[in-house]
Design a binder for this molecule. Structure first.
Ligand code: ADP
Length: 482
């Protein structure tokens, strides 16, 4: 049980560390704290440097004053001057340090610690100072040390001795340490504030994503029906608009799928129902004459043919809809191809007493799938014959430009009402159901045609006027676009 809990916790943690909110949080935390840390380090080191320089300058100034006093009082020859001796001790105490006065024989004349008086001092800095190298100071651990020359009051530029001074930096270090402690406390407090802000900010920034995730989850579970509505910022607004259009498309597809299924079942049931009625009425009539049997069987055979047509049209539509099938494209002489179609349909036109004309001003060759387009153009011409009047005409014309070829199928038929023009390419749509049924229509012809044209990256348009006629214009690219 315990093991299970831990596993769960780790997997949760793993997900949390991978999450966008964690990354945003870390990013803002680092952005907020790293510059503060760098700044405090820079500030502390500048502060230390400046205080050391200031201390060195102070000590140096005091030593300069002292050196000139020592020179003018001729202290090195007569060290009995109590005032100067007092000043030396005072200065050493002031800077918590030590003062040594070395004479020109490198003998230590005065040591405020009274430890090394009378000894010889051959330190490098002292020798350098006697040679006239300007005053120098250097830091060694906890002290600033410096040498200041004592000039003779009678002879110019004559160095008669050297003051070797050292000043403690302990108080400076203590001040710097307390400042550092204070800054550390501020840094920790500031980092905590930044952390809280980073958590709030990351939560706020990923809020639209969380909302979106919940929305999609509810949608998948089917407990939601509305649209995604996130207007926090332009990006989320764009995502929600795109998502909503995708949603609308999916809903439309689902609607049309349901409609298609109910249409298919209805269309398939109609011939079956007729057959059932015909068969039942024959069965009910005992000893019915042979002529009646023949007549009814004829009707039943017609219904079977109809059922057959619907099923084969449906199969064609399913096949054309399956994009994976792809097109079997080949360079084709479009004039010959159209003439062939019209030749095949001429007997039907003659039977319906409809004149059929083919017009073409140029020879066109294009990359097309002849099987698919033959079906498409046959449907258009067949419709033009079917929905025509007595002594009507059908005109098929072919034209092309440098990119497309155009096939126009016009007729002098019954026309299509304006309000139906938007729907005629939909499956099973028929302007006049009973008329279409009478002449053997299934309402799938134009859907098949459109699907074949679209597969060729083409377009189809229709213009029509009731009782005047209809014109379908098909545009197909000369070169197949994959
Ligand atoms: P159908 O099998 O019923 O002909 P189609 O999909 O081929 O189905 O056509 C859909 C409907 O569009 C037809 O039922 C008919 O009402 C109308 N239609 C198609 N072509 C023409 C045309 N050339 N003239 C008039 N109406 C047409």
């Amino acid at each position: 049980m315990l093991k299970l809990d831990w596993t769960k916790r780790f997997s949760l943690n793993g997900r949390f560390f991978k999450s966008l909110s964690f990354r945003i949080m870390v990013f803002f935390f680092l952005i907020g704290t790293i510059p503060a840390m760098i700044l405090s380090c820079v500030f502390l080191s500048a502060y230390t440097k400046q205080s050391l320089t200031r201390l060195a300058n102070d000590v140096n100034n005091q030593c300069q004053i002292l050196a000139s006093q020592l020179g003018s009082a001729n202290y090195l020859d007569d060290p009995s001057n109590e005032t100067i001796t007092g000043e030396l001790t005072q200065l050493a105490t002031l800077y918590d340090g030590r003062l040594l006065i070395v004479d020109r024989n490198f003998q230590i004349m005065v040591d405020t610690y009274a430890l090394e008086e009378g000894r010889t001092m051959l330190a490098e800095e002292v020798i350098k100072c006697f040679k006239g190298e300007s005053t120098s100071h250097y830091v060694s651990g906890r002290f600033i040390e410096m040498t200041v020359p004592i000039m003779s009051s009678s002879e110019e530029k004559n160095i008669i001795g050297v003051i070797l001074a050292s000043a403690s930096t302990d108080s400076l270090n203590a001040r710097r340490d307390s400042l550092r402690n204070l800054m550390e406390i501020w840094l920790v407090a500031g980092s905590l504030c930044v952390l809280v802000l980073a958590v709030l900010l990351s939560t706020w920034l990923v809020r639209p994503l969380r909302y979106m995730n919940k929305f999609i989850g509810d949608l998948v579970e089917g407990t939601l029906d509305g649209d995604l509505d996130i207007h926090d910022c332009t990006e989320t607004e764009n995502i929600s608009d795109t998502f909503n259009s995708l949603l609308a498309k999916l809903r439309l597809m689902e609607e049309s799928r349901q409609e298609f299924v109910s249409n298919v079942s209805h269309e398939l049931k109609t011939p079956l129902a007729s057959m059932k009625v015909l068969a039942d009425s024959l069965l009910m009539q005992e000893g019915a004459p042979v002529e009646l049997y023949q007549e009814f069987m004829q009707d039943i055979a017609e219904e079977i043919d109809r059922e057959n047509t619907i099923i084969s049209d449906l199969l064609t539509l399913v096949k054309t809809d399956r994009k994976v099938t792809g097109l079997n494209v080949a360079v084709t002489d479009v004039n010959g191809f159209l003439e062939q179609i019209l030749k095949r349909l001429r007997p039907i036109a003659e039977q319906a007493n409809v004149e059929m004309v083919f017009e073409s001003n140029r020879s066109v060759s294009a990359e097309i799938d002849t099987t698919r387009l033959s079906l498409a153009f046959s449907n258009l011409v067949e419709n033009a014959i079917k929905y025509n009047g007595e002594n009507g005409w059908v005109r098929v014309s072919l034209d092309a430009d440098h990119k497309f070829f155009y096939v126009k199928v016009s007729d002098s038929g019954i026309g299509i009402p304006q309000e139906s023009l938007d729907y005629i390419f939909e499956r099973f749509y028929r302007v006049d159901k009973s008329h279409s049924r009478e002449i053997g229509g299934t309402g799938l012809g134009l859907a098949i045609t459109k699907s074949a044209v679209v597969a060729h990256r083409g377009a189809i348009r229709v213009q029509s006027e009731v009782n005047q006629g209809t014109t379908f214009i098909v545009r197909i690219p000369l070169r197949y676009i994959t």
